[in-house]
Design a protein around this ligand. Structure first.
Ligand code: ADP
Length: 351
């Protein structure tokens, strides 16, 4: 598809260049022909004047009205007319050679430029295709299991009301999970397509962190994980909703991958036009081989011993990274398996 688009685009480039070069060649040809005719006429008049012994003024108009009547309306004689035609043919031939050279060079350059123009579109389309394929794959598995469990229940004639209620409860949980997956996918798609349409305004980062903390606190308490905040008031130009979502993702992961009695510490430091946010946990840690991939969509590290028990789709960190990117920030991670993980996010205070 992109190969044919590349050829088509090259053809369009060529068509435009050919039209322009034909137009200019014609203009040059007519102008040069005119000049040649004038030059030859002057040469003719000068020659006739010499033959007739008529003195010529230093400069004389080509119309020749002021000249001796014998020199007026003097046109090139046969041999001069032939030279004139030969000179015009030379001009036309040279213009044709130049046009062919332009055509060949612009065909190559056009093909190269068409490739360069289409490459980012091709990459974006490939990325989108992969996203749709990954998303459909992830949605298919829970939907199939939901469908199967409902079919089995429908066929089971001896199912008690209690069992039916239990099944409905579990189906509801599956549906909730699916909803959370689709919400995350939608969010990711939105960040992917229009990071620029966010509302960047001045906000206090400490307030954003506090809101995220309040949201995660019940879950942390339930799990027996302590969260400690060491946050200073910092004004940052940011999109409040997405920044809050990002903090929530890191805190949520911290709680998810830290066992009872563990601790999460969130610290911010401001300086040099940047704020750096450190989220440190005493959780299960991430194996070195998994670290390069954890920010990829749908990647869930095998090493995480609690993987089977923790819910998640491997979208959180991909989403967080997109949010950091639209804020022109960077994220890094260091982790020791079995000891804990530290994520460091560095964001510019202004855009
Ligand atoms: P998930 O929904 O699986 O949590 P994420 O994209 O948020 O997806 O994280 C990707 C993977 O990175 C997780 O599956 C987990 O293996 C690892 N991970 C992320 N945060 C932590 C953390 N704080 N401690 C240990 N492992 C983590």
């Amino acid at each position: 598809m992109f190969k044919s688009a590349r050829f088509k685009l090259t053809a369009w480039y060529l068509l435009i260049i050919i039209l322009i070069s034909i137009f200019f060649s014609a203009a040059i040809y007519f102008r040069v022909s005119q000049e040649l005719e004038i030059g030859f006429r002057r040469a003719e008049i000068r020659q006739r004047a010499g033959e007739l012994g008529i003195p010529l003024p230093g400069r004389w108009p080509i119309g020749g009205e002021d000249l001796d009547p014998r020199l007026q309306n003097e046109g090139p004689r046969f041999f001069l007319a032939e030279d004139l035609e030969a000179a015009k043919r030379h001009v036309a031939f040279n213009l044709l050679i130049i046009d062919i050279a332009i055509l060949v060079i612009s065909a190559g350059a056009g093909y190269f430029l068409a490739g360069k123009t289409l490459r980012p579109i091709e990459t974006a389309l490939e990325e989108q295709k992969r996203f749709v394929a990954d998303a459909s794959h992830e949605l298919r598995t829970p939907l199939t299991s939901l469908k199967t469990s409902l079919e089995v229940a429908l066929r089971d004639k001896k199912m008690s009301a209690m069992q039916a209620k239990k099944l409905l409860q579990s189906n509801l949980e599956d549906a909730d999970n699916l909803k959370s997956l689709t919400d995350k996918l939608l969010s990711l798609a939105r960040y992917q397509s229009n990071g620029k349409s966010r509302h960047f305004e001045k906000h206090n980062l400490a307030a954003i962190i506090q809101t995220a903390y309040d949201k995660i606190l019940p879950l942390a308490k339930k799990k027996g994980v302590e969260i400690e905040l060491h946050v200073e008031d910092t004004l940052i130009e940011a999109d409040q909703t997405s920044l809050e979502e990002m903090v929530l993702i890191f805190l949520d992961n911290g709680v998810k991958y830290t066992v009872k009695g563990g601790k999460i510490k969130l610290t911010t430091r401001t300086g040099g036009g940047y704020v750096s946010m450190e989220i440190e946990d005493t959780g299960v840690g991430i194996a070195e081989k998994d670290i390069p991939y954890i920010f990829e969509r749908f990647y869930r590290a095998d090493s995480s011993r609690v993987k089977e028990e923790t819910s998640g789709f491997g979208l959180g960190l991909a989403l967080a990274k997109k949010i950091i990117e639209i804020h022109k920030g960077v994220v890094s991670v260091s982790s020791v398996l079995g000891k804990g993980t530290t994520f460091t996010i560095k964001l510019p205070l202004k855009h």
